[in-house]
Design a protein around this ligand. Structure first.
Ligand code: 4NP
Length: 150
């Protein structure tokens, strides 16, 4: 099982999802993350992202942002996006129905059919990062349960 987490900048939401699932799956799932933009390519996660994860024992400091690319459809079995803008941007790069079928909103793992979004904490305060961590962690628990790796 290979899972790619995608957000806009690849420095806040998707690195959290990447690090949390990597930690919880204990090597059972190959996890990566990417952004629909290349604005922060090569950068580590936002310091607020690293701090909120560190507080809960999840290490993210080795991660570096990179842009999503069409070859990711070949490399991954599932591509989880954080919000509907990400969904639209990734689907616009899909080459066929197989590609499209791999893509879904992350929170549909937690609440199937809800089409709920992980809010973007980038322009908010630290509180936003705490909330995002908890939401993403619940979604990762659901992935593990849904795929029977837990
Ligand atoms: P992310 O958050 O998509 O969760 O990584 C953002 C990071 C950077 C920007 C926007 C959102 N930005 O505008 O640079």
């Amino acid at each position: 099982m290979r899972i790619l987490m995608v957000c806009l900048g690849n420095i806040c939401r998707s690195p959290l999802a990447h690090g949390i699932l990597r930690e919880k799956s204990n090597g059972g799932i190959e996890v990566d993350s990417a952004g629909t933009s290349s604005w922060h390519a090569g950068e580590p996660p936002d310091p607020r992202t690293i701090a909120v994860a560190k507080k809960r024992g999840v290490r993210l400091s080795d991660l570096r942002a990179r842009p999503f690319e069409p070859a990711d459809f070949d490399r991954f079995d599932k591509i989880f996006v954080m919000d509907r803008n990400n969904l639209e941007d990734v689907l616009a790069m899909a080459r066929n129905e197989d590609d499209r079928a791999k893509v879904d909103l992350l929170l549909n793992q937690l609440s199937p059919g809800s089409d709920a979004e992980v809010p973007d904490p980038y322009f908010g305060g630290d509180r936003g990062f705490e909330e995002v961590f908890e939401l993403v962690e619940k979604a990762c628990d659901s992935i593990l349960k849904n795929h029977k790796y837990a």
